[in-house]
Design a binder for this molecule. Structure first.
Ligand code: WTA
Length: 637
């Protein structure tokens, strides 16, 4: 088991050690895992190419560190508790032993369908136990999983399948989310129509509804699992063999497939999980994220299972059948650590405290947040009403690229401050730079957040495009990993994340590139051009504001265009990326060189009517009045 820090003095001491002697520090942590063969060199790196390798020439399998390592003493302990969407349906518990049996069987299923080490397997599933089973089976045979969030459209799924060159897709008939049934297989079918690389689709049954099974391609999970052998020896993997690809949005159009490798990711997620949440044996840990995002990968699945924890996965949504659903789950399963997104907290807060009435919540010890800045009001509500003033809140800052938590309190150890992610994790060396790349030393500074030393959990590349990896993260400030976030270091040396400084917006904790949404909108036949910006939204954190240039309308006029623009975005990306506001305009403010002046668009979206700064370089300054007028109508003021 990885060591756990238990005092503030311990944190300060270990942190110093991890910065002055990072390789010594991580060697010590890595020693607690099971290796088929230990590494020759701990770390080799440069941030120029960039090339990052940890635990070089080590041989291992991450699933042996989940199963074989724990089986003797944890076989009968619950590994996963699955809570269904509908509270009237029975929950399912999979012990370490049961989960292991199912993972081994599914490993054999994948092998018998021709999946080999290094092949990519796409996974498009609702939150059912077969999703983590499929991921762990991939890891066990050395296939690289690429999980695509079940809310993405057929188009997005197909792009991701093709980019990764996946040969097999694991999916389901459908999924339940609140009162809705999602036609997962139908969406997967449409995606597969556009990608020839997928030879086999394995379909888990969840909703039981009629689906189209293509002969020679589609197979039912349960038939295959039933017939499979439960005997399987894990494939030997190199430390730097890829474990998974996970797509995320950036400031340019196409999603990026971040690649995480085996050993570093394993060491980092397990270490951070145990220390941030102060997980103790026997605790029940509940992360409400969907496994389709990085939080689900690192802190619903890998981090907890590598710690021998009991991890609870929930199929549904926080507001169905009512806004007390999370609290009911906490009481029902005696949850000790609860990890969610600020957007969920804000939406539950807005629905009133009565949903907490009658809920005990006495089992809770630690509360966590992730994915976006948490405002003070939501922080206090969470602390007072959910945590009953007893539970420390860990506001964890990190990214798909970082693999694991980078800046966060260790629960109960590092004193918290509302809306501050506080202090860096072991081995993490954050720096704040100004726009010219000059490091701002000392406290009470604000600027762009970079990290200037590698940590084991960091992504190694972008699948198929290493140059893009370099250009995106390592070229803005040579020698540093640039996070894309702004941050402040206050008078106590605490970090507060201020949000993205690039063209990425964070909507309900979902990361979206404005260019990606613009591309989708531009796919509408009557749209000439569009510009998307974020604006402050009381529940979602940021809302999506789209300015759409459109000069001819079909039937339905402006309103008709608005509706069909939303449909287009759903089709190209998914319903969660639909703009909150669509303003139809005749043009966009552009400089003489043809660049859109987004600063003005952001101000108007934020409901500001003046102080647009220097507009002398605008080619068409008269457009501002039109935009203001239209925004006024749209906002009803
Ligand atoms: C934002 C999610 C403020 C940030 C794990 C980052 C946060 C982006 C926090 C990554 C936090 C994440 N406080 N902002 N505690 N955590 N973010 O890749 O802008 O989906 O760059 O990873 O979310 O989003 P991603």
């Amino acid at each position: 088991m990885v060591p756990k820090i238990s005092t503030l003095g311990g944190y300060i001491f270990e942190y110093q050690k991890s910065i002055t002697n990072p390789t010594g520090f991580w060697t010590n942590i890595a020693e607690s895992f099971y290796w088929r063969k230990k590494w020759d060199t701990v770390l080799d790196w440069n941030f120029t190419e960039p090339s990052i390798q940890w635990f070089i020439n080590g041989k291992l399998n991450i699933t042996e560190n989940i199963f074989e390592r724990y089986l003797f003493h944890r076989g009968d302990q619950p590994a996963i508790i699955w809570e269904p969407n509908d509270p009237n349906e029975e929950f399912v518990t999979l012990t370490y032993h049961q989960l292991f049996e199912r993972v081994k069987k599914f490993s054999n299923v994948l092998l018998s369908h021709g999946v080999k080490k290094g092949d990519r397997v796409a996974i498009y599933m609702p939150m059912i136990p077969e999703l983590p089973i499929a991921m762990l089976a991939c890891a066990r045979i050395g296939a690289i999983h690429s999980v695509v969030f079940g809310g993405f459209s057929a188009q997005s799924l197909s792009e991701r399948i093709q980019d990764a060159g996946a040969t097999l897709l694991v999916t389901a008939d459908g999924g339940y989310r609140g009162s809705k049934t999602i036609p997962i297989k139908e969406i997967a079918d449409e995606a597969m129509d556009h990608c020839s690389c997928v030879k086999t689709a394995i379909v888990a049954r969840r909703t039981g509804e009629q689906v189209n099974m293509v002969a020679g391609r589609d197979l039912w999970w349960h038939d295959l699992e039933e017939a499979a052998s439960p005997v399987h020896k894990a494939e030997e993997m190199d430390s730097e063999d890829p474990l998974f690809i996970l797509y995320t949005s950036g400031s340019t159009g196409k999603a990026k497939g971040l690649v995480h490798t085996t050993a570093g990711y394993m060491v980092y997620t397990a270490y951070t999980f145990r220390n941030v949440f102060q997980y103790s044996d026997g605790d029940i840990y509940f992360c409400s994220a969907d496994i389709g995002w990085v939080t689900g990968h690192s802190y619903l699945l890998y981090g907890p299972l590598l710690t021998g924890a009991t991890t609870l996965m929930f199929e549904g949504i926080p507001t169905w059948p009512n806004a007390g659903r999370y609290w009911e789950i906490v009481d029902k399963h005696k949850v000790n650590q609860f990890y969610t997104a600020p957007t969920a907290i804000r939406s539950l807060m807005a629905l009133g405290n009565e949903w907490l009435d009658g809920k005990h919540l006495g089992s809770l010890k630690v509360l966590g947040t992730v994915g976006e800045p948490i405002n003070e009001e939501a922080w206090h509500w969470y602390h007072d009403h959910v945590g009953k003033n007893r539970c420390p809140i860990v506001d964890t800052w990190w990214q798909t690229e970082t693999g694991g938590i980078m800046i966060s309190p260790l629960a109960g150890i590092i004193p918290t401050k509302p809306s501050f992610a506080t202090l860096p994790m072991m081995g993490v060396h954050p720096v704040i730079l100004d726009a010219n790349g000059k490091e701002l030393h000392g406290n009470s500074v604000e600027g762009n957040l970079c990290i200037n030393y590698p940590w084991p959990g960091m992504a190694r590349t972008i699948w198929g495009d290493h140059k893009r990896f370099r250009d995106t993260y390592f070229s803005t400030y040579p020698g540093h990993y640039f996070t894309g976030d702004g941050a402040k270091r206050d008078e106590d040396g605490y970090y507060r994340i201020l949000g993205r400084v690039d063209d990425v917006i964070n909507v309900s904790g979902h990361r979206l590139g404005t260019a990606e949404i613009e591309n989708a909108i531009n796919g509408h036949p009557l749209v000439h051009e569009s510009a998307v910006v974020g604006f402050p939204h009381p529940i979602k954190g940021q809302g999506i504001y789209a300015y759409v240039v459109c000069t001819e309308f079909s039937t339905g006029g402006e309103e008709g265009i608005r509706t069909s623009v939303l449909k287009t975005v759903s089709k190209f990306i998914g319903p969660f990326a639909r703009p909150d506001k669509v303003q139809i305009v005749t043009g966009l403010p552009k400089t003489r060189s043809g660049k859109i002046m987004r600063r003005i668009l952001r101000k108007i979206a934020e409901n500001q009517v003046d102080n647009f700064g220097d507009t002398t370089t605008l080619l068409n300054p008269e457009i501002i009045d039109e935009l203001l007028e239209g925004a006024k109508r749209l906002n009803g003021n």
